[in-house]
Design a protein around this ligand. Structure first.
Ligand SMILES: Nc1ncnc2c1ncn2[C@@H]1O[C@H](COP(=O)(O)OP(=O)(O)OP(=O)(O)O)[C@@H](O)[C@H]1O
Length: 253
């Protein structure tokens, strides 16, 4: 296997006249935690969709875990864990049953108890997911992504709906998985967490990768103070990439 777990080359997705992802060249290394940031509608979920083969590219090339997500869909999905932006849980079934299905599908040796303990859901193991809160659903979906020790974890907005304990749990899991040897690629709007977790970040704006590097590198690059937060860096870089006459409208959104 090459060193990269994700490689895109000129990756593009158009929906009619909307260019959701525009000529994206991205490389994520096998040992890194990569944060994929961008304003609403920037193209993050569409990019993740193309990595997973949920969305077919209009142009360009994509490799995931040294495979083609379209041609090698089973092999690629066998080795990765995905927390999609929209997932379906099955009402009438428990958390344990959800985990058992994933473990069975992946022919893994995990136990539902251990996976649910990692995400802090042990007490709800035999509870019908129809009664779950949003945060509980998110924790279960994350536990499902962790099954079978994936080589790559792809997490779309993993902090959504989580309380501060949950946010910390996600951070710890990301570090644990990376220490185990997995690469982690995640999108997020929770910018305060990004600096705590990521080795590198990329900022997507209107489908284009407008900046990439460590948070310190982006701080140097952006027109901000030396102690600027990730939020200030993000606003500066995305503002810079927005035509002047559109800045106020975009900032108001
Ligand atoms: N199925 C679709 N049909 C038409 N347009 C789409 C479709 N999916 C996404 N888009 C458009 O593509 C662009 C990128 O959307 P995408 O959901 O990838 O952004 P995002 O960065 O994930 O946004 P958010 O942070 O709000 O989740 C948006 O303009 C969106 O309206």
């Amino acid at each position: 296997m090459t060193e990269a777990v994700i490689e895109t080359d000129g990756l593009t997705k158009r929906y009619g006249s909307t260019v959701a992802v525009d000529d994206l060249d991205l490389t994520v290394s096998h040992d890194e935690i990569y944060g994929f940031l961008g304003p609403n509608g920037a193209g993050k979920s569409t990019t993740i969709g193309m990595l997973m083969d949920y969305v077919r590219p209009t142009a360009g090339r994509v490799r995931v875990l040294d495979g083609d997500p379209q041609a090698d869909v089973v092999e690629v999905h066998d080795r990765l864990g995905i927390l999609p932006d929209r997932y379906s849980l099955y009402d009438g079934h428990t958390a344990r049953q959800h985990l058992a299905l994933v473990i069975d599908t992946k022919r893994a040796n995990d136990s539902p108890e251990k996976l649910l303990a990692r995400v802090g859901l042990s007490d709800a193991i035999d509870q019908d997911v129809a009664t779950f809160s949003q945060g509980m659903e998110q924790r279960l979906a994350l536990a499902m992504a962790l099954a079978d020790e994936p080589d790559l974890l792809v997490l779309d907005e993993p902090f959504t709906g989580l309380d501060p304990h949950g946010v910390r749990t996600v951070r710890e899991i990301v570090h644990e998985e990376n220490d185990r040897g997995a690469a982690v690629f995640f999108s997020s709007h929770v910018l305060g967490q990004v600096e705590l977790v990521c080795d590198r970040v990329g900022i997507l704006h209107r489908g284009r990768l407008v900046a990439q590097g460590t948070v310190d590198e982006l701080r140097t690059r952006a027109d901000v103070e030396g102690d600027a937060s990730v939020e200030e860096i993000f606003v500066s870089i995305t503002d810079e990439a927005t035509p002047a006459d559109e800045r106020t409208a975009e900032g108001d959104r």
